[in-house]
Write a protein that binds this ligand. Structure first.
Ligand code: ADP
Ligand code: MG
Length: 693
């Protein structure tokens, strides 16, 4: 299926020299490939920044707190005295001054070999002034003359996880680059730098621009990724029009029973969305519809009623959520209503195992289950439906087009409803979804009270804890969200655990903890305890971001609010304001607050309208902070960044459409090259569609 020329790219990383089974684990975590990472994953892991080692001042010229490479002569070693916590010190000099090199917990033998007394060495790192004396603590690099010749002038810096250092990444990526070769050009414009050459430039930069998202190499790769996405969408679209949908018309008997069991009446926009969906389901065209609605706008009920329609027609529906917590929560919401309506519902996640799983799969295939709720486990091999009519995908931006298609491929002419709680600016709908129809739930269900949003500097955390205490004494429930640290998910965890310990000092047993690295059952238990009111304060990493519904929670504290994007803050805030008490959102920020972060917080205080905030987010991202954070990535894309590469999208789309028009089966030589591209960016489901058609 996959062309052989790609084999080196798809080889396991453990095939590379230097990556054994032990290192493979952290690499898999880093690359988000728990099942086994491939050489390609490494190559597409691009640097977060670069270090410029070309600055070679003498000691008298050093600007403190900058990275420099110094030529020094080693004078003497002063090892840490026994029992002391002082660092190991090494004294050195050049003709203009002295420097102290320090190591905490330095090993004497190793350091004496690294920096032998009386010899010249080049040390690279950040110099600080300590009591007026230049000091370099843990130099990044220490080399002799031979090493200096090999020292890269510009060094990429990669995002990491615990267990990996920059050196591991650099060596592995170097091996990956050597192992792979150039591929036939797939871009129409025949750019000067090929795909492999561009990867080479980004990973082994000679100028800072080489490894920058603004530079030509990265732009080429971003265009490739956007082109792959647009091409896949265009191919799917072409196919979709070709094979007509299979109309599902219900008689309304299941839907009526569900509606009768609801403790509320549907909002106008829920009714309108349902009408549109039912019309799509009944028509002979295949449905590809987006259901956009702010957090709490009531998408789940719409999804359930949509499923009811196909069930009335004697067919099946699947609802896929991005996380296990959410899948379970959907089930919890749906189960009582389904029961009232005689709808047979089941849950399928990675945790259903053994006999229970086998029974469930058999029932699904026999058509004894009407609606299956689950995670990505739903589209794995071995899952078969008797007659899947409707695939509902919740919180779509977490999934790639790949997964969406895989679920739709589980049936014949499956209708697809994509739900998203992150309102997507019109300009971007195209990127994610191609030309889909869209329904929006703009009004909030009746009875919701506005959320009082306030921002406070971290120094005032004691006041926050005190007022939390008062609120908890009144029986209120609160979330405490801990910061996201980009470099390593373990540091996220550390922050959450430390905060949890702190808060337990104050509030004892009433505090719970939930984070992404917990086992499924532990997570459920922590959520359940909070939902039941056994714990009143839930410390959480951003796992609660999407969709978690505990209506009694009326306070949310977000630490390091300055690190979150606007859309994410809005999502988090949406965890409260769902019940009948007035809710509060406290944004704790660390000073100094950058201009963009300040504007984000302002926007959030000013509005609760997700559509407005989404536009605002786009505007703010577009304006500054260009090299900022991952924040600016297109969700679902690996290299392309919205603010920088957004303008490539229109061209990528035009090229994709042109290709599908002239060579719809990708049969010609350029078509063959484009198939490679689809494999590389995991749009190969589109290739499969071609094969089948
Ligand atoms: P979303 O998935 O859009 O974030 P949910 O579907 O989880 O929102 O709905 C949030 C809450 O609002 C749920 O508790 C749900 O039962 C309730 N809800 C949904 N529709 C209505 C409505 N029309 N009136 C009142 N409450 C509603
Ligand atoms: Mg939801």
């Amino acid at each position: 299926m996959r062309p052989d020329i790609l084999n080196p790219y798809f080889a396991a990383i453990t095939d590379l020299t230097g990556i054994g089974p032990k290192l493979a684990r952290p690499f898999e975590r880093l690359l988000g490939r728990e099942g086994g990472a491939r050489v390609l994953d490494l190559l597409l892991h691009l640097p977060a920044s670069t270090i410029d080692r070309r600055s070679r001042p003498t000691l008298s010229q050093v600007v403190p707190d900058t990275v420099v490479t110094l030529e020094v002569r080693v004078d003497r070693h002063a090892p840490t005295p026994r029992g002391s916590r002082a660092p190991y010190r090494i004294y050195a000099h050049d003709e203009t001054g002295d420097i102290v090199i320090t190591y905490f917990k330095g090993d004497r033998n190793w350091l004496e070999r690294l920096l032998p007394v009386g010899e010249t060495r080049w040390i690279s790192g950040t110099v600080t002034l300590y009591d007026g004396i230049p000091q370099m603590s843990h130099p990044d690099r220490v080399v002799d003359e031979a090493g200096l010749a090999k020292l890269p002038p510009i060094e990429p810096v990669y995002p990491l996880v615990e267990g990996l250092g920059q050196g591991h990444l650099r060596r592995a990526i170097e091996a990956a680059l050597t192992r792979t070769g150039e591929l036939p050009e797939w871009q129409a414009g025949a750019p000067a730098t090929g795909f492999h050459a561009a990867l080479f430039q980004v990973h082994q930069p000679r100028e800072t621009a080489d490894a920058s998202p603004l530079g030509p190499a990265w732009k080429r790769l971003a265009y490739d990724e956007l082109l792959a996405g647009q091409l896949a969408l265009a191919l799917v679209r072409g196919r979709t029009v070709k094979d007509a949908g299979r109309p599902s018309t219900g008689d309304g008997h299941v839907a009526r029973r569900i509606e009768a069991a609801l403790p509320f009446t549907l909002t106008r926009s829920q009714v309108a969305a349902l009408e549109a969906i039912r019309a799509d389901l009944a028509s002979h065209d295949r449905m590809l519809r987006l259901l956009q609605g702010d957090v709490g706008s009531g998408k789940t009920v719409v999804a359930l009623l949509a499923a009811a329609t196909v069930v009335e027609a004697g067919r099946q529906a699947a609802l896929m959520a991005p996380t296990e917590i959410l899948a379970r929560q959907h089930l919890k919401t749906i189960a009582p209503l389904a029961q009232a309506a005689g709808l047979r519902v089941a849950l399928l996640t990675g945790r259903e195992k053994g006999r229970a799983r086998a029974d469930l799969l058999a029932a699904l295939e026999a058509g004894e289950i009407d609606l299956v709720v689950g995670t990505h486990a739903l589209f794995q091999e071995g899952v078969a439906f008797r007659d899947l009519a409707l695939a509902i995908v919740d919180e779509q931006h977490r999934f790639g087009v790949h997964q969406r298609l895989a679920l739709a491929a589980k049936g014949a002419a499956v209708d697809v409803l994509v739900m998203t709680a992150t309102p997507i600016p019109r300009t971007l709908v195209l990127t994610y979804f191609g030309d889909m129809d869209s329904s929006e739930l703009r009004e909030k269900p009746a009875g919701r009270k506005p959320i009082d949003t306030r921002a406070l500097p971290t120094e005032r955390i004691d006041e926050v804890v005190a007022s939390l205490g008062r609120a908890m004494a009144e029986g209120r429930r609160a979330y405490w969200i801990c910061p996201t640290v980009e470099e390593s998910e373990n540091s996220d965890l550390a922050a959450a655990e430390a905060r949890y310990e702190d808060l337990r000092q104050y509030f004892g047993e009433r505090v719970g903890l939930v984070h992404g690295r917990m086992k499924g059952a532990q997570k459920d238990a922590a959520m359940a305890a909070f939902a039941a009111g056994e714990t009143q304060l839930l410390v959480a990493t951003t796992v609660v971001e999407v969709g978690v519904d505990v209506p009694e929670a009326s306070i949310i504290v977000i630490e390091h609010a300055e690190r979150f994007g606007l859309a994410q803050l809005h999502q988090l805030r949406g965890r409260v304001g769902r019940g009948d008490v007035a809710s509060t959102c406290l944004l704790l920020y660390r000073r100094p607050l950058g201009e963009i972060a300040r504007q984000r917080i302002e926007a959030l205080r000013a509005s609760e309208d997700g559509f407005f905030l989404a536009e605002e987010d786009l505007r703010l991202r577009g304006e500054g902070d260009v090299l900022g954070t991952r924040q600016s990535g297109f969700p679902g894309f690996r290299l392309a960044q919205l603010d920088i590469h957004g303008d490539l999208l229109v061209a990528a789309r035009a090229e994709a459409l042109e290709m599908v028009r002239t060579d719809p089966d990708l049969a010609g030589p350029r078509g063959a090259a484009l198939r490679l591209l689809l494999h590389i960016f995991e749009r190969d489901v589109a290739v499969k569609l071609l094969g089948a058609g």
